[in-house]
Design a protein around this ligand. Structure first.
Ligand code: FES
Length: 157
């Protein structure tokens, strides 16, 4: 069930759209902001609120790769795996993160601190390789010395 706060925020968004279903992405973001991720039950509740189908809401959630359909850690690291980052050493960065965190791509650390996910282009190709941690973009990560990576990760408790 959507909480009263979630309903209030979704209704605020609905005021901006002629068609309720057009607010799907905003509704998904609102639920994720409160819960950390969007369950099947939440998808169904959003669909009911917007007068659309769960399949339609799910398709939007699947298309938008910053909506999480499974539980994630307190912080989500998205490592860009598109071509510019790949050319500039994304593999080293991704390997270093996996080693540092003790997880593979798609996994969450045992302490629930980080989830590590791939993502396509973050739009900062001129400063590749790049990664996004929560809302923060980190750039120019071609030389991922341990101390630099540790200093970045240390900001996220
Ligand atoms: S390819 Fe990584 S930011 Fe564009």
């Amino acid at each position: 069930m959507l909480t009263p706060e979630e309903i209030k925020e979704i209704e605020h968004e609905l005021a901006h759209y002629e068609q309720p279903a057009a607010a799907t992405i905003e509704a998904l973001k609102i639920v994720q902001k409160h819960r950390g991720w969007v369950s099947d039950e939440a998808v169904a509740d959003i669909a009911a609120k917007l007068g659309t189908s769960p399949a339609s809401v799910d398709s939007v959630a699947t298309f938008y790769n910053l909506i999480y359909r499974r539980p994630v850690g307190r912080h989500v690291i998205h490592v860009c795996d598109s071509v510019s980052c790949w050319v500039m050493g994304q593999t080293r960065l991704s390997d270093a993160l996996q080693q540092r965190l003790g997880v593979k791509l798609g996994e969450t650390t045992t302490d629930g601190r980080f989830t590590l996910l791939p993502i396509c282009c973050l739009g900062t190709c001129d400063r590749a390789p790049a990664m996004l941690i929560d809302q923060d973009t980190h750039r120019d990560l071609e030389s991922v010395e341990d101390h630099r990576l540790d200093a970045i990760l240390e900001k996220y408790k």
